[in-house]
Design a protein around this ligand. Structure first.
Ligand code: OVM
Length: 400
């Protein structure tokens, strides 16, 4: 095909951040995938990719699709970011290479093995309490309660003020979208929440031996400045809570609403690890990230200019029929590896082993005790410009 196809770039009028879209994105995902390999979103003057091949290729080509102009809609070269940019998420090599190396080491398989003992014990404790309760809100009492206990403990921050962590996550993940009502609501109490977060990022307040203090050890080794270490603690507190809260909530929802899949897991606990990958594919807690082009590039015969924003639909790639058989079926036995929910390439989720550890600990504790996991009422969604998940998830546990 020649470049003449440039003349017929696919266009769409949809708003991926409207309430209608966020409530039920799947029909819109399909329309965007079928419109073409790359689609112009008129409302925002940006490109979007919703097919697996193009999303994966863009994530892999960090030189053409950069992160340093921000990974949300806002272009940091044109408007000031709402907070100082993350030095890992919103950075390109060589800065990214240096910061990433530190977090990769701190979150290595050996480090995860150390965390597992505590994470398993806390999961068993919490599930024992909930089994006794029988009926509870799966969001507040499980999907939020568990990550809010184990992760800040692992980082090594004080108990006091942890109620700021979820509001901060809401600010961070809503801020990747447009300045809409969701963004404005999330930012209502931004000042005090941001101040509390920043007050937890210094060497003086972190517990010895924790994941936070290990970042400061890299300062002593000459890898980071003191200020950079604080910024990477901020990355832990930005990326480490809401993502796992929404992921755990989606896991509970998928399993409670597919009882035959829960039965399969109970009978084969070795499938739990793969089941979480399937949750991430089927109901991605992180739906989207943006990149910005650093040069003109052809995508499937359509020419993108330099300095243009590209919305990557991770969640749509996860259900692309070009890549997956029965993409809209939740199947815990499926090989779901290759989903885009953790991204891929140099920015692929550095904390993914922690996310898996938390979910496996909870699902394993549940599977060993609970015969049936049921919805006990109507779930209610919590809308966010980036995250997909629940505000309320009424659950009932029936023991074996
Ligand atoms: C960060 C950060 C914030 C949100 C998400 C994320 C998914 C990273 O501050 O580095 O990764």
């Amino acid at each position: 095909m020649s470049n003449q196809a440039t003349l017929s770039r696919p266009v769409s009028k949809v708003d991926p951040f409207s309430h209608a879209f966020l409530h039920d994105p799947y029909p819109y995902h399909e329309a965007l995938r079928e419109a073409g390999p790359v689609v112009w979103l008129e409302q925002y003057g940006i490109w979007t990719m919703a097919r697996h091949e193009q999303v994966r290729d863009a994530l892999t080509d960090f030189q053409t699709y950069c992160s340093s102009a921000g990974v949300g809609l806002s272009d940091f070269r044109k408007e000031p970011p709402w907070r100082p940019p993350s030095i890992i998420l919103e950075a390109d090599p060589p800065l990214h290479t240096r910061t990433r190396a530190v977090l990769t080491r701190i979150l290595s398989p050996a480090a995860i093995r150390v965390l597992r003992v505590t994470f398993d014990r806390e999961a068993e404790r919490l599930i024992d309490r909930l089994v006794e309760k029988r009926e509870f809100d799966g969001v507040a009492e499980l999907a939020e309660a568990y990550p809010l206990k184990v992760f800040p403990d692992a980082v090594g921050i004080s108990e006091e003020g942890r109620e700021n962590l979820l509001p901060y996550g809401s600010m961070v993940f809503n801020s990747f979208g447009p300045r809409n009502e969701l963004f404005n609501q999330a930012m209502e109490n931004a000042g005090p929440v941001r101040d509390w977060i920043m007050s937890k990022c210094s060497r003086a307040v972190l517990a010895p031996g924790g994941l936070g203090m290990q970042i400061f050890d890299a300062v002593d080794a000459g890898e980071l400045s003191e200020a950079e270490a604080g910024m990477l603690v901020r990355s832990f507190l930005s990326a480490g809570i809401d993502t796992t809260v929404y992921g755990l909530g989606n896991a509970l929802y998928c399993l409670a609403s597919h009882p035959e899949q829960w039965k399969i897991l109970r009978e084969n606990p070795n499938l739990i690890r793969g089941a979480f990958e399937e949750v991430l594919r089927y109901e991605a807690p992180v739906q989207t990230f943006f990149r910005t082009t650093t040069r003109p590039i052809d995508v499937g015969g359509v020419r993108l200019g330099e300095g243009e924003k590209v919305l990557l639909f991770l969640a749509a790639a996860n259900r692309d029929p070009r890549r997956w058989e029965r993409p809209d079926t939740f199947d815990v036995r499926r090989r779901a590896a290759g989903h885009m929910t953790f991204g891929t390439g140099i920015h692929g989720c550095v904390g993914q082993a922690v996310a898996r550890l938390e979910t496996e600990a909870i699902l394993t504790a549940l599977a060993s005790r609970v015969a049936s996991l049921e919805l006990a009422g109507e779930p209610k969604r919590r809308l966010n410009n980036t995250l997909r998940g629940f505000d309320i998830l009424p659950l009932r546990l029936v023991t074996a």
